[in-house]
Design a binder for this molecule. Sequence first.
Ligand code: C5P
Length: 222
Amino acid sequence: DGGTLLAGRHLLVTSGPTHEPIDPVRYLANRSSGKQGHAIAAAAAAAGARVTLVSGPVTLPDPLGVTVVRIETAREMLAAVEAALPADIAVFAAAVADWRPANLGDEKIKKGPDGPPPLGLVENPDILATIARRREGRPPLVVGFAAETTEVIAHARAKIARKGCDLIVANDVSTATGVMGGDRNSVHLIGRDGSLETWPVLPKDEVARRLVVRLAALTTTP
Ligand code: C5P
């Protein structure tokens, strides 16, 4: 239990996948259980923070003591995040779909003799980059996640610069690790200054507790 480590602080967390409708009955999505993001929200609330959790569709219960905003699409997630600002700390753990189907019709696409319909895609907003690059109202500490299957650390280092965030939590989600959908996680913390810290394989709620301790330290002025 984190006690009062984050008392008085507002922490914003995104979690889960986004669902991007193709038609009223079909969607495009990323694979994400929401376990790590929800665990971070729960740990921050246990540490005394006011927590807003913006979550895509997941099967997890709402964490105790957390304000949960449920959304489906990336654009709804960005709007909910912006509505929840200001925040002292923002943690972007959601697996946001990078693209959404274009030309969304109101009707179910019917199977026909012409074969599958062409699925045109358009780019979704990058929520992490949008918030990290805000001129006004940028949370003082912005944390991104990087789910990679190869060269985890190199990709995370590039990502921190590209997105403009302060810290990246990088994890190896190649199928052999069992991280995806599982209860354990193996993470590296990569700082803006190039610092690297590798944590042992831990339960996702222990990763969350340790991360909360780190976030508190990074936002406390000595
Ligand atoms: O570029 P990539 O998707 O690998 O970056 C992952 C990080 O960016 C995560 O923190 C994720 O929540 C965030 N992200 C986002 N909006 C997107 C894509 C990723 O906030 N459209």
